[in-house]
Design a protein around this ligand. Sequence first.
Ligand code: ADP
Ligand code: MG
Ligand code: MG
Length: 894
Amino acid sequence: MSTPTTYVYEFADGNREMTGLLGGKGAGLAEMTRLGLPVPPGFTVTTEACRIYLETGQEPPELGVEVARALAGLERAMGRDLGRPDDPLLVSVRSGARFSMPGMMETILDIGLNDASVAGLAKASGQERFAWDSYRRLLQMFGHTVMGVDGALFEQAIGAHKAALSVTDDHALDAAELAALVEEFQAIIRRETGEDFPQDPFEQLYRAVRAVFASWNSERARVYRHREHIPEDLGTAVNIQTMVFGNLGPDSGTGVAFTRDPATGERGMYGDYLPDAQGEDVVAGVRDAVPLAELKDLDPRAYAELGDHLRTLEAHYRDLCDVEFTVERGKLWILQTRVGKRTAEAAFRIAHDLQDEGTLTADESLGRVGGTELTRLMFPTFATRPADVPLAHGVPASPGAAVGVVVFDSEAAVRRAADGQHTVLVRRETTPDDLPGMIAAQAVLTSRGGKTSHAAVVARGMGKVCVCGTEALAIDPAARLFTTPAGVVVREGDTLSVDGTAGTVYPGALPLAPSEVGRCLETGEDTGPLTEAVLSALAHADSVRRLEVRANADTPEDAARARRLGAQGIGLCRTEHMFLGERRSLVEAMILARDDGAREQALAALLPLQREDFTGILKAMDGLPVTIRLLDPPLHEFLPDRTELAVRIARAPHPDAHDRDLLGAVERMHEENPMLGLRGVRLGLAVPGLVTMQVRAVAEAVVQRLREGGRPRAEIMIPLVGAVEELRLARAEAERVLAEVAEETGQNLDCPIGTMIELPRAALTAGRIAAAADFFSFGTNDLTQTTWGLSRDDAEASFFPLYLEKGVFATSPFETLDQEGVGRLVELAVEAGRAVNARLETGVCGEHGGDPESIHFFHRAGLDYVSCSPLRIPVARLEAGRAALTDVTTSDSR
Ligand code: ADP
Ligand code: MG
Ligand code: MG
């Protein structure tokens, strides 16, 4: 064993822990060497050397000596010298950073060949054709990758030779043809670079190493790192490894193998094999590979040995492994291993099976699956064929797949739904006015906005398929059509297929594959290995999690569904939807009321309707808490649009007094910044009788449920409180009404009253507010807007893309909680609130309640529960469980 030097490690001197220094590939090669697997010997130049190169523009001065020393060791061990004319040692130069990364320098094989050693290789191997083919590959790879020659020029030269001989297969080119190609390639290199291909094997080696270093900063690598949040300063390692040859004839070959099927998770080795081929040929698809199982017939010994190694690796890494191997004249060599990428389905099945087999504990198994994968499995998908070409691509805003006929406005969606038709609502963007249409449609497609646009947020909340920001579509709602860049015109009534998981739109009706997991989660019916794996992961998550999971649900149907999916209550029941539709006229009457009497009359008409809403929801959630938020949005949202109204009045043959009144109200209530205007608790305090009516409806619903023998657990939540005084005023009124109803009915009403924390001032004065609150519910959507001082709808449409691109946001703060800013306020408020009121219950009801990363934060911040849209509940349960695991290395599913 050699003494390890600073910048160079022999494979035998490294191990799997050293991915930071040796890169993923280098650490894997070292670990396999240590395990005694047949790995062609070699050494790794560390990422540290690369970092110095990137910083100073030069490799560290000692590197040359260290590489020479390691190479000399390798030559001694192999009994051959690099590029020696009579029997050359050849090596590959392979890049390998800590995270595998597209855009890094491609591997160069057969380094050490030159005009002299090619003859030596021919002699030593007894195969002249093989030697020339190897040299031709080196020239091609080195010429392109290190010397920057356009790869197409080499391909054209090969093509010309094949055309001249009227053959299509590279194998049809004999030694003489390949020798001629070698000469042509050298000429191409000379012509394109003004330089000869370096004949000195050491120069080949050093230049290749330097090219690997430099490739860290290739455009593609940078873009990829930015997107995947990989630090810029890690650098890459370089692996120099003795060549083994899969292209020495029919008893040789190369392939990839997995310890299990990475697509389904099924047990048993799986992969592809390509006889008589080298390296990249498998991936490049030069010829069709055969299923790995055929190696069993071709070379039973190599196959059996490969099986042994795969088992060793899986047991060692305790996970699915992915292996590259080569067979050289019947001798098996392993060239790479890593923990294999897998589909969501495979992730669940493998985690479950490994636990079953005793390899993983239940905690570890849970660490291997995530909410992102679960989401992918929960929704229907299209069974697409290669012939299906999308009409357009957009932002995958709400997952799932749906088919329907195109409609361009909300009314059409409602009308067609009434006729039993499935529809796709196509809008440039949506507003609250589109709500009925969104409810009626199967899918929503917009040309503007991203993942946090109105359409996206509402669709996700409802579990509707949604694709946003398909900017290439020119939507013309007046003409009831849209046009694709290719000139395809889609009209109202045409059928579309929308894939909200992929963000694609297809013409016509694609066949839908229902989600087995989605169904199982609602019914609890376990129908196969996949659902069994999902249920078992969720069961374990439920058993370990500290966070409760509640639902954001406004209707009895949503509440019931949430409950089936495992919700432990409702964390946010909005009441504004209850003011829409036919009730709008009652709300209008309330707003237009000229005196107390008229207002009271309107409120009295709303009361029984509200009571019914609450009774239904309390029934669906019987025995579990239901947090009802008093009316939050500005009242003008319930009034008609100002311009439309003005036009209507102008066009009317006779003056309409009601419309004029309405217009007056609309104008009176107009606000420049409605988000910061008369809404939330301010509304409750400013509109007499509103809080009274809503609280009475809640109280009476509770009484009704009690009389029906139920166990209603209503909680009243006051929105947008900034100062404890506001809460005290609203609370006093609520308590007065509760006492009044209790008195009237003789029922004991125990109804906690709390507040949302969605203003920085509320968070900063949480110690005071907690004195008047039974619970805090963090409204992180508004808290994010008010902390950043931005309006989501505006920001999303204007500068968000820029901010994401410039790296101001790594992800949208509306998707994943901004822990430093908004999260800090949450922590402060929890701490201050609990200090004053030890029994204070805390939860979150923003969209972040269903986001995996944010859930982990809420766990750490010590909240009692997260609340999210019904379809996110299984994800939240899973992630809350994962968050509770300590000391488990969770698989990084990137
Ligand atoms: P990538 O990171 O793109 O997979 P690799 O470094 O793994 O690149 O190399 C590309 C191909 O060349 C792989 O099929 C690999 O197995 C093969 N290869 C690399 N080094 C050698 C070697 N020393 N002998 C034979 N084949 C090799
Ligand atoms: Mg590889
Ligand atoms: Mg809010």
